[in-house]
Design a protein around this ligand. Sequence first.
Ligand code: NAD
Length: 435
Amino acid sequence: MSDNEHLFQDAIRRLDRALQHANIDPEAVERLKFPKQVLQVSIPVRMDDGSLRIFTGYRVRHDDTLGPTKGGIRYHPGVHLSEVQALAFWMTCKCAVAGLPFGGGKGGVIVDPKELSRMELERLTRAFVAQIADFIGPETDVPAPDVYTNAMIMGWMMDEYSKIHRVHSPSVITGKPVPLGGSLGREDATGRGAYLCVKELERRRGWQPAEVRVAVQGFGNAGQHVARLLHADGYRIVAVSDSRGGIFKPEGFDIPSLIRGKHETRQLRAMYCAGSVCEIVDAASISNQELLELDVDLLIPAALENQITGENAGRIQAPVIIEVANGPITGDADEVLNRKGTLVVPDILANAGGVTVSYFEWVQNRAGYSWTLDEVRERLREIMSRQFGVVHDLMQEKQIDMRTAAYSVALNRLGAAISSLGTGRFFAGADTERT
Ligand code: NAD
């Protein structure tokens, strides 16, 4: 069984722990243990050599109590339905923690996009949208980018959806290029949200950035931006990695030159040999596993799920972990880390900056009015600081770990919305469903 096959079951187990600290009808929590709708599609694509390939894709709407479901679309060979369900569930909790008027959704296609030409990627994307065009919509389910999808792909998706429905519909998808209705500030929003969480800890704990050694696993959209922002504030980023491996330098890297090098060579390790990004030639090569176990002050997993497990949790030395990736720590590992006293800022809070600015994009599209970069950043800062404070206060008040506190906040908000419906619980199942 692959790690991802039981991801959803592992994810919903966390609800039970939070339930005792939350004010919500246990029956409503039972409902959250099942995704509301699951769509599986087959996607025929004509390849450049004339052959036909059929890809498999999913879109899951987990819960829409708080609003239209919202969540990214992932292109990855390891995509699994249980993983998409877990990611949709986390989106429900994340939107509730961030206080956004959205439920949780997610999508994925089983594909290695690095093997496709640009034309094949566009044909796959448009064919996928054709299959899910009746399932998504500005008021029902709003996708966004995730691993190995980007603004250009979101632009194709918006265009295809608009053609199919014969309406210009920018608010069906967020994370679009700015000229197609994307929001300023979306590109670095996830990394910036995580950075704002670090700043909140810095303020509370009196950290001196130059003394804080940071390791970042995953040097994609989220990982690069959190590293860039922390580096600019004087934090020492001593290790970074991508899917091909990592590099380590105790004095800390110059992150802007690493980002330039990564964009030029497409991989971190190649930079030694290239010699062009000379600043890092003296860095040591390390594996992704070694990076996780380094003696650092702050560990930032920003790649994929299931990186810290029951097997390696005991060897994690960092006293603070900021979960920028979704689900990088398994339930077993959580228990080990909690026993050790590791502070884990959970994914549903730490990476909520992305969906928050996606929400801003959706609002701007619907209003037909765009905000300045300063407005976006200030509103993001305000939401992240406030919600971090709510979760942190609950953690201290109840003497619980920060993940349990974040889930409790999410359940309280979902519970309040459900009980505001008054008589809803007296109507059986489907009668109470909105869409
Ligand atoms: P991305 O595709 O831009 O980057 C992913 C990075 O991870 C790449 O550098 C890749 O080389 C690296 N990687 C892949 N497999 C790896 C492995 N086994 N070990 C180490 N590195 C590996 O993706 P992203 O958008 O930066 O997303 C990263 C994580 O953040 C995901 O868990 C995603 O769900 C989460 N996230 C992203 C956003 C967003 O707005 N982009 C929002 C919320 C959460």
